[in-house]
Design a binder for this molecule. Structure first.
Ligand SMILES: N[C@@H](CCC(=O)N[C@@H](CS)C(=O)NCC(=O)O)C(=O)O
Length: 203
């Protein structure tokens, strides 16, 4: 690829996950700081990249704009295969890898949002909700991580970057069960000790 990747970023946002991944793969990239208070994400030039007005957005050398954190992570894992952050295409591990990447976006994320932001005394229609319930999402992760150090295979993949970052964020914001789980805490200590994570979070 010619040219450098460009990440629209704010350290207090999901864009920090994309930056962590850029560091994991050893990419050369530029950051474009998005100041929410200044209204940067509502400006027409930004909305042309992502009409939702959300970061992260990764702009590729040819100008293609990739939004949605797990899509950015999966793209980077494929773009930099030597980093070893995605199992081989067509392998069973690749199936598990997709499972956890999609689980992050379609199960963990809405379950956490409901748990932290939506207060209702009405019972939720668990059968209709794609993630079932917050407790079952956490049970699933806890059970998996009690049997293995990483979500897929024997090495960290982009799925760990995504789920790990989400769990870490949930812990910081006081979501139930996360800080009390020895299994999840140990997983997060391993992930956040990684040099790429430290570099991404250090400014
Ligand atoms: N589905 C998106 C969500 C991105 C998102 O919600 N970004 C927030 C920051 S964490 C944002 O840009 N908010 C600014 C706004 O809505 O004005 C993803 O997974 O990347």
């Amino acid at each position: 690829m010619d040219g450098r990747l460009k990440l629209y970023h704010n350290p207090r946002s999901r864009a920090a996950i994309a930056r962590w991944m850029l560091e994991e793969v050893g990419a050369e990239y530029d950051l474009v700081q998005v100041d929410f208070e200044a209204g940067d994400s509502a400006k027409p030039e930004f909305l042309a990249l992502n009409p939702l007005g959300k970061i992260p957005v990764l702009v590729l050398a040819d100008g293609t704009a990739v939004s949605e954190t797990p899509a950015i992570l999966a793209y980077l894992a494929d773009l930099y295969p030597d980093a070893g952050l995605a199992p081989a295409i067509g392998s069973s591990e690749r199936g598990s890898y997709y499972r956890w990447l999609f689980f992050g976006g379609s199960c963990f994320e809405p379950a956490l949002a409901m748990e932290l932001m939506i207060k209702t005394s009405e019972p939720l229609p668990v059968r209709s909700l794609g993630w079932s319930s917050f407790d079952r999402v956490i049970d699933t992760l806890e059970t998996t991580l009690s049997q293995r150090d990483v979500l897929v295979g024997s090495h960290v993949t982009a799925a760990d970057v995504y789920i790990g970052a989400q769990l870490n964020w949930a812990r910081m914001f006081g979501a139930p069960r996360i800080a009390d789980s020895a299994v999840i805490s140990a997983y997060l200590e391993r992930l956040t000790a990684r040099p790429a994570y430290q570099r991404a979070m250090s400014g």
